[in-house]
Write a protein that binds this ligand. Sequence first.
Ligand code: UDP
Length: 309
Amino acid sequence: MKTVLITGGAGFIGSHFCDFLLGKDYRVICMDNLITGSEDNIAHIRQNKNFTFIRHDVTNYINIKGKLDYILHFASPASPIDYLELPIQTLKVGSLGTHNALGLAKEKKAVFLLASTSEVYGDPLVNPQPETYWGNVNPIGPRGVYDEAKRFAESMTMAYQRFHKISTRIVRIFNTYGPRMRINDGRVVPAFINQALRNKALAVFGKGTQTRSFCYISDLVEGVYRLLLSGVNTPVNIGNPAEMTILDFAKQIIQITGSKSKIIFKPLPVNDPKVRRPDISKAKKELDWESVISIQQGLRNTIEYFRTR
Ligand code: UDP
């Protein structure tokens, strides 16, 4: 039986990984300090004999007894609102937390996977974004705390791979959505669904001409798992290339929920990327992966989850 440590395992993506890997007969150690994660996300697996939860902040030294085969480093605030409220923690988890997790991977001879982000491309001047694009990031803007922490984390991961010869993977995760997002985490999917279900106006930032492309959580998990088992040791984009404007997205949410909500416009946050769409040629070629859940299906599942909350 293989053992995997998932940092940020009680978060949105991390907890879906806990489920997925338990289902594949891994022993799962979930580590989280619960600043943005929640015990609710792992309540249903707490009694599983192959599951262990450790409440710990990975910016402090990580001590794990016994063998570890894989480390999935997912710990980080990930919503723009969260990292504006938690700027220092965001910088620390991406830098010190990644350093500690890499040190543990070296000690245990474990395969290390870094959850990186499309934010490493900043406000991109190239669309769609291939992995070869170096990005357009403002290091001193409010989003810089996340973007630069993840860029540092990628550098640190590559340094451990080259210098210490540890086996590493880097996934650049594009906008992902699904059940277990926090309703009030500020990201556009929970925000719009919450507003639509209450027949309140959907607040579109700016003119809504900025674009995003949304990947359903089960597609993301499958892609990242394939990357983990592959020998690909350079960054790979995982996301859904179906790009849309935020205004069209708002209209789609209103339609799918059957809501009476109107649309209002609010100021665009500083450095909000104007476009974002993954070039997934590398994932297709190297991992034989692409997203399969349509936005309509994914949204129906997610809306159902929020309705029951
Ligand atoms: N957005 C919006 N209304 C909201 C939340 C977000 O119009 O209530 C916009 C935001 O300005 C951005 C896009 O939706 O252009 C996606 O925002 P999100 O916070 O989900 O993540 P990002 O892709 O910016 O990291």
